[in-house]
Write a protein that binds this ligand. Structure first.
Ligand code: TTP
Ligand code: MN
Ligand code: MN
Ligand code: MN
Length: 358
């Protein structure tokens, strides 16, 4: 090939938390397929394979150019045999690849019942089935902003002085999400205890909740040891909820088909003309002393979080969770008041939220 056609080899660090991963990158057609396979592996409970696919997708997201041939992949980390085979197939027969990926996605579609935490009453589950279509319609940034205002009002009504942060994908600059995530704290340590039931009651009184399941904070009574929860789940007081979001006129006309009207959804009688949709919202309450860790932990992406913890453990002998950072050598917890301080403790260059889309 002519020199101009040769893509220069990219030196890439092997941990996602050492790399900058933008939201918009050059290889979506490959990373979409790899992530569908990752999801498939997850459904068949093959966690190892799922993570392997996610790692290779993440490497391609950080590449500054489109992958055009297998040569472009020389010396890149985390590309295993399975991933390479998929990439090879897709780069060779691009059109077929995309259609195949589409079909995999449809076949692997989750059951609406997955939305419901186990042990719920059946009528709750049945309701969730009705919201399934809404919940599969991406939440826009505009809708996230409306929900932000509602959550802000609710929290400040029950605890003046509280601080509310939009976290998750919207904090990373995503235009759409599958839900809206919020982190709540109060500068006075302890003032946040048992806050969630009050927030939930306020929202429920206003008729803003279709579903909610609150889990109590279990950090103090947990026996997990320093900064290391038994599972990846954290132990904050948390609410898995479905909001009933009134629609703006302009949005109804734009996307009429994806919304429920009061009558067809079979819900209790509402004002005539009231149109709403269901939106998944995660609320998390953190004590002030853990807020920086909670913010880092709830900003994502999930792979970025996983890689941060792997970096901490394998490269620094530290243990990171959404609650704390423990230094095993010094045998003590390292405090932090900001995400910047946590990156510094970990010996990492600070990566802003918009570049944590690993
Ligand atoms: P998600 O809301 O699942 O993902 P997202 O906001 O990145 O993307 P989407 O647009 O699809 O909603 O999770 C947000 C972050 O919260 C993610 O980094 C993982 C973290 N998280 C926890 O720390 N603990 C948990 O129990 C869950 C479910 C998520
Ligand atoms: Mn989210
Ligand atoms: Mn998600
Ligand atoms: Mn979430």
């Amino acid at each position: 090939p002519k020199p101009s056609e040769i893509t220069p080899a990219v030196r890439m660090k092997s941990y996602a938390c050492q790399r900058r991963t933008p939201l918009k990158h050059h290889n979506s057609f490959l990373t979409d397929a790899l992530e569908i396979l990752a999801q498939n592996a997850e459904f068949s409970e093959n966690e190892g394979r799922s993570v392997a696919f996610r790692r290779s997708a993440s490497v391609l997201k950080a590449l500054p150019h489109v992958v055009r041939s297998m040569d472009n992949l020389k010396d890149l980390p985390c590309l295993g045999e399975h991933s390479l085979r998929v990439i090879k197939a897709l780069t060779n027969v691009f059109g077929v690849g995309v259609r195949t990926a589409d079909r995999w996605f449809r076949e692997g579609l989750r059951s609406p019942l997955d939305l419901i935490p186990t042990g719920q009453k059946l009528n709750h589950a049945q309701q969730a089935v009705e919201y399934y279509n809404d919940l599969n319609t991406p939440v826009t940034k505009k809708e996230a902003m409306v929900i932000s205002d509602i959550v802000d009002k609710a929290v400040k009504a029950v605890l003046p002085g509280a601080i509310i942060t939009l976290s998750g994908g919207f904090r990373r600059g995503k235009e759409v999400g599958h839900d809206v995530d919020f982190l709540i704290t109060h500068p006075e340590e302890g003032a946040e205890e048992r806050l969630m039931p009050k927030i939930v009651n306020w929202l429920d009184d206003q008729g803003l909740l279709l579903y909610q399941k609150t889990t109590r904070n279990s950090y103090l009574e947990s026996k997990d040891g320093p900064a290391r929860p038994a599972s990846n789940m954290d132990r904050f007081e948390r609410c898995f909820s479905i909001f009933k979001l009134e629609q703006l006129d302009s949005d109804i006309h734009a996307k009429a088909s994806s919304y429920n009207s009061g009558k067809t959804a079979g819900m209790e009688e509402r004002h005539t003309g009231s149109i709403w949709r269901a939106v998944r919202v995660d609320l998390v309450v953190s004590p002030y002393s853990q807020f920086a860790f909670a913010t880092l932990g709830w900003t994502g992406s999930k792979l970025f979080e996983r890689e941060l913890r792997r970096w901490a453990g394998q490269e620094k002998g530290m243990s990171l969770s959404s609650h704390a950072l423990y230094d095993s050598k010094q045998q003590r917890y390292l405090r932090a008041n900001s995400e910047e301080e946590i990156f510094a403790h970990l010996g990492l260059e600070y990566i802003p939220p918009s570049e944590r889309n690993a």
